[in-house]
Structure formats: C-alpha cells, structure tokens
Design a protein around this ligand. Sequence first.
Ligand SMILES: Nc1ncnc2c1ncn2[C@@H]1O[C@H](COP(=O)(O)OP(=O)(O)OP(=O)(O)O)[C@@H](O)[C@H]1O
Length: 260
Amino acid sequence: MRLEVCNAVCGYGTHVVSQNVSMSINTGQIVCLLGPNGVGKTTLFKSILGFQKLLDGTILLDGRDMSGLPQKYVARSIGYVPQAHEPPFPFKVLDVVVMGRTAHLGAFASPSKQDFSIAVSVLEGLKISYLKNKIYTEISGGERQLVLIARALAQQPELLIMDEPTSNLDFGNQVRVLAEIKKLAQRGLGVLMTSHSPDHAFLCATEVVLMKKGGELLLGGVDEIVTEENLRQAYGVDVKITQTQNENGELVKACVPMLD
Ligand SMILES: Nc1ncnc2c1ncn2[C@@H]1O[C@H](COP(=O)(O)OP(=O)(O)OP(=O)(O)O)[C@@H](O)[C@H]1O
C-alpha cells in the first residue's frame, strides 16, 4: 500500500500552515516527521486523515484520491495514534483496545471472541497485559499512550500514523515502543510518525521529513537529512552527531546538544 501526499496545502480557513507538501509512505517504511513546535506536523496528519479539509492538493491511497474512497476501507487500511487524551467515559482498557476492531465489524455486530483475542495478543506484544482490566481514565498518561498504540495495532492496518507516540513515555517504554514499531515495519506495516527527538529517526526510521519554519520541507534518508547543519537550522541549537556500535557491530548515530 502506498499513501501519497501531492502538493498539499494544509491549514485552517484562510490560515495556511504548510504548502507544497509532497511525500509518500509505503508499507514496510518508517517515515519520521521532524520539525519545531507549531510548524504544522499535526495539521498535516489531520489533513491526511481527512479530519481537516485540504486547502489544495490531494492525498492518494494506492493511486486513488482518498477523499472518494469508502470510509470503512480507509478505516481498515490506516490506523491513527493520536497524542494521549482523556476520554469522557471510564472504559476498561481491554474494551478501548477492542474498539480498534470496529472497522472490521459488520453493521450492528458486536466484537467476537477473535476480536478480543487479537486485542489480548496486542496487549501482550506491548507488554502491558497488566493494564487489561484497569479503567482507562485511571491509568497514567504514558500507560494511556501505550493503550492507544495497542488500539491502533488491534485494527491491523497496513499503514499507521502516529502523532508523537513516545511523548509521554519513560525512557524504557520509549525504547520498547520504537523497537515494536521497527518490528512491525519489518513485518510489512508502513509507519508515519512524528517525534521531537531526532535520535528516534536514527533508531528506527527508513526516511525522514524535516519541516522547517517558513514551509521548507527536507525529505530523504536519515543520514542525509538528520545532519548537524539541518538540525541547527530547523531548531536553532548546536548539535553534534556522534556514533557508536550496537550488539551486531552496526553503527548507531545519536545527537548530543551543545549547551553554551
Ligand atoms: N484548530 C486550529 N485552528 C487554527 N489554527 C490552528 C489550529 N490548530 C493548530 N493551529 C495552528 O497551526 C499551526 C501548526 O500547528 P500544529 O499543531 O500542526 O503544529 P505541530 O508542528 O504539530 O506542533 P507541536 O510540535 O507543538 O505539536 C500553529 O500555528 C497553530 O497555532
């Protein structure tokens, strides 16, 4: 499956947030969207998902204009993990995860035993089975974020759009979520995610899109885009890029900010 953003202009009414946005995401790829606060990352996601009307341009899913595709087909194909939120009702965590199966159910059908067993195995995969019977409104922000990821995975989409999936997570859970994303992409899932940490791009991305203030968009491989100069220009801070080796002897890069 391939999702293409073609010359998109995103914004609110007459307020243009980003323009000439063209990029694509294929199954098996992890595209990491980087950029400073307020540059338009969430607005782009909302536009891709159809929550916010494009001011111009098109979004194609396998070459077909997404706005004309049946909603159920889009809902089955593309999963979305929003930034963690507090829902109005105190649902049990397992029920929240089962909600991810909605696009697979027939009209008026209730989730089946199989839907529940998919939800349970996703919770196990993310190592959060212990949350299964807890009330979603009574767990921590980080735990809620993991549950929202589980809900999206229970949907078994081909593409997953994740808005800052690690923002509320402790260091261990950040690493676990990135490792899980990498594993899922190796099995064929396509991921488009935002992060405020360029290191996350080094850890798991196959491509990077760097949105700069003023609308410039840099696209390419991780090593090509996540450079000291590009980070300095985008975020206005000095950064050194260093590298070490992982257990397999592969080079892994990391960013070290230079404090004055
Ligand atoms: N509902 C809205 N109506 C009007 N303007 C909005 C709305 N939501 C966001 N904006 C504006 O759009 C711009 C981009 O916001 P957006 O949330 O997309 O940025 P972002 O890159 O995701 O930021 P962050 O990294 O802080 O989450 C901002 O100037 C913001 O004020």
